[in-house]
Write a new protein. Structure first.
Length: 59
């Protein structure tokens, strides 16, 4: 599991990049997209945040 540094600046904007293990194209599967959306919604329920924009690339 990655260990991200977390800043606690109210209203701050963050940009980060995450890649899949060995850059496998698992993010091209619609079931994976659905699981990602569900995970984000679950986390957002207990830790509210906004995503202004995101780009999901196949690799």
């Amino acid at each position: 599991m990655s260990r991200y540094r977390r800043a606690t600046v109210p209203g701050a904007l963050y940009f980060f990049t995450v890649v899949t293990f060995r850059r496998r194209p698992v993010l091209t599967d619609e079931r994976v997209w659905a699981a990602l959306r569900t995970a984000i919604a679950t986390v957002r329920h207990s830790h509210p945040f906004l995503i202004d924009a995101w780009v999901l690339l196949p690799d």
